[in-house]
Design a protein around this ligand. Structure first.
Ligand code: SAM
Length: 380
């Protein structure tokens, strides 16, 4: 979004256009042809794009419908739930810097706990952050600057580097823009750095805490904490929205065992954080295999860190056997989960020709005994 578009969309005429566009059916061509009778092509394009982005932003931001976005800025933005969670670590500080603030997803959350100065190299993103803070009733001082040349004075900072600066997603810390080891950034004592959830553990720099965060079971990001922002832990997994968190301690590797009465499917944050042995220890569970993150035990310990399923039956996998099973048990709906299994759920479902009124879950995985179909139901 250009700054001119932003200025226009915030004006009385721009707001009127947005209201009119939102009142029309959600059909781009219809909206454009209707609105072009009263507004310029540029104005209509800016309004229809913003409405499309607001609709897309709803899963990330509860107040998406009053916020401003550009396409890439929205894709890279931190949603409310994670940003609010991270911001809590900044509570002890008076002045906080949000470096590489994008459209302000983090700035708005940080401004709820501390005086916040935000910086972005892009003038339009800086302008969007300023406006988003305003419409969300938070005060943020925003500066358009290159964090390689200047960072504001602050007691602690948050850095969310660009992982798609060249248009393609990058995977190594050394390819992030700006580089996290560049001069002024390297000197910040208390710093949190947002990184990809798939970061290779060998890339986690010495002396940092790495926190892997999931929202509704999906691991969305990792944060590297240093200085007084880090805790005593070196690895942590946090599940949101509950906020339950588990850290690495020394535990024995869980034994590989046969399928028991319950199967546990660990949350993705724990998998990314390599905390499977940790949760297995807490649940007194074994692993189905060393390569697969499914745990099993004969007792049900409800936990926020894993979904539990009560096993009905275990069938050595073959399509024929599974076909016979679903037919005999009149299963019409099969929720398929798979790990280390070559076939896709849709492909299997199609071949099973499900008919019937029953519903169950089928976990497909590979163990030392070969490929298994574990028929089970969510444990209560
Ligand atoms: C991943 S986005 C930040 C998203 C932000 N945390 C949010 O929630 O909206 C990265 C941002 O870094 C900015 N950026 C890249 N290099 C920069 C630099 N050297 N100085 C300041 N900002 C930079 C980009 O313009 C982009 O908006």
């Amino acid at each position: 979004m250009r700054r001119d578009d932003l200025r226009f969309l915030r004006s009385a005429k721009g707001r009127q256009l947005l209201d009119e566009a939102a009142g029309l059916p959600d059909d781009l061509l219809l909206r454009q042809t209707t609105l072009r009778k009263s507004y310029s092509a540029d104005a209509v394009r800016a309004a229809t794009v913003l409405l499309e982005l607001r609709a897309r932003a709803r899963p990330k931001f509860t107040k998406a419908d009053c916020m401003f976005f550009d396409r890439q800025g929205l894709e890279q933005a931190s949603g409310d739930v994670i940003a609010e969670h991270r911001a809590q670590r900044y509570r002890p500080y008076d002045r906080v810097a949000d470096l590489c603030c994008g459209i302000g997803g983090d700035s708005v959350a940080l401004a709820g706990v501390a005086n916040t100065v935000s910086v972005d190299i892009s003038a339009s993103r800086a302008a969007i952050t300023r406006v988003n803070a305003l419409v969300l009733d938070r005060f943020v001082a925003v500066v358009c600057a290159d964090t390689i040349k200047w960072v504001p004075e602050a007691d602690a900072a948050f850095l969310d580097p660009d992982r798609r600066a060249t248009g393609r997603r990058v995977f190594h810390l050394s390819d992030y823009v700006p580089r996290i080891d560049a001069e002024p950034l390297a000197n910040i004592e208390n710093l949190g750095i947002k990184v990809a959830p798939g970061i290779d553990h060998s890339e986690i720099p010495e002396g940092y805490e790495a926190e892997f965060i999931s929202v509704a079971g999906e691991c969305r990001e990792a944060v590297l904490w240093r200085g007084a922002l880090r805790s005593d832990a070196d690895i942590r997994a946090t599940v949101l929205p509950s906020g339950d968190t588990i850290t690495r301690t020394k535990v024995e590797a869980a034994p590989v065992t046969k399928v028991g009465t319950y199967i546990y499917e660990p949350d993705r944050a724990l998998i990314r954080a390599h905390l499977i042995d940790q949760i297995a220890h807490t649940l007194q569970a074994g692993k189905l295999s060393d390569q697969v993150a499914y745990l099993t035990s004969d007792r049900h310990h409800p936990t926020p860190f894993a979904r539990a399923f009560k096993v009905r039956d275990v069938v050595p996998f073959s399509l024929k056997r599974l076909q016979t099973y679903v037919a005999e048990h009149r299963i019409g709906t099969l929720d398929i989960k798979k790990r280390r299994f070559p076939m896709e759920p849709d492909e299997i479902r199609k071949k099973l020709e499900l008919k019937g009124s029953e519903r169950t879950t089928c976990i497909l995985t590979r163990t030392a005994e070969g490929p298994l179909a574990i028929l089970c139901d969510p444990a209560r």
